[in-house]
Design a protein around this ligand. Structure first.
Ligand code: 5RP
Length: 222
């Protein structure tokens, strides 16, 4: 598994060119991207990274990748990120690593979004394996949970060591199991319409390219 993540994560660096502003995603696959990018920077590549989480920011700093913010660099040339599920239309579920809000903001201003996964993440329909993470304000979280249950979902407050998991933005995450996601776009806006919801992990029509690590080698899906 780690080998496949590494294969995809490192392959994404081939798409990074000198002078680019690069969105740095979050997770164990992009970990390999950031590390390789660090080695490329050590070899003379000039890039500016926009991290999507404190974890990725810390790793990028360790790797000596110059960093900036969306305020200073509002246009991102390329973003590289992981995913929890990818469907045949390249729509995604993201956020099991808890960084979905910043990831979606950075993806939304990126000219290109490259997703790096191992082949266990490819599904024929979103929601087959992963819940849809929904980031909510701590104020009124249980009210939002009830609203989501009324939509027919099985909802769980994400916990870390028995207490609520808190995102980099200071929010909670509700993991929502959905029986059947027939329209990811419709569900995405429906979820975001609930007062108290900050953002959800459905990424629709944002991805340009998926690099998949498989036992047979690297697979590219456009
Ligand atoms: C974090 C994410 C991650 O990209 C996603 O969970 C995949 O992670 P990994 O590469 O560790 O499997 O969306 O919010």
């Amino acid at each position: 598994m780690r080998r496949l993540k590494r294969l995809a994560g490192e392959a994404a660096c081939d798409y990074v060119k000198d002078g680019m502003v690069v969105g740095l995603g979050t997770g164990s696959t992009v970990h390999y991207t950031i590390k390789k990018l660090g080695r490329m920077v050590g070899g003379g590549l000039r890039v500016i990274g926009i991290p999507t989480s404190i974890k990725s920011e810390n790793l990028a700093r360790q790797c000596k990748i110059p960093l900036s913010s969306l305020h200073e660099h509002p246009n991102v040339d390329i973003s590289i990120d992981g995913a929890d599920e990818v469907d045949p239309k390249l729509n995604l579920i993201k956020g099991m690593g808890g960084a979905l809000v910043r990831e979606k903001i950075v993806a939304s201003v990126s000219r290109r979004l490259i997703i790096v996964i191992d082949d266990a993440k490819q599904v024929s329909r979103l929601g087959s394996k992963s819940p849809v993470p929904v980031e909510v304000l701590p104020f009124g979280w249980s009210t939002v949970l009830k609203r989501l249950e009324k939509l027919g979902m099985e909802v769980e407050l994400r916990k870390s060591r028995k207490i609520p998991f808190v995102s980099d933005n200071g929010n909670y995450i509700l993991d929502c199991r959905v029986k059947e996601i027939s329209s990811p776009k419709r569900l995405e806006s429906r979820l975001n319409n609930i007062p108290g919801v900050v953002e959800n992990g459905l990424f629709v029509n944002l991805t340009n390219l998926v690099l998949v690590g498989t036992d047979m080698g690297l697979k590219t899906v456009r």
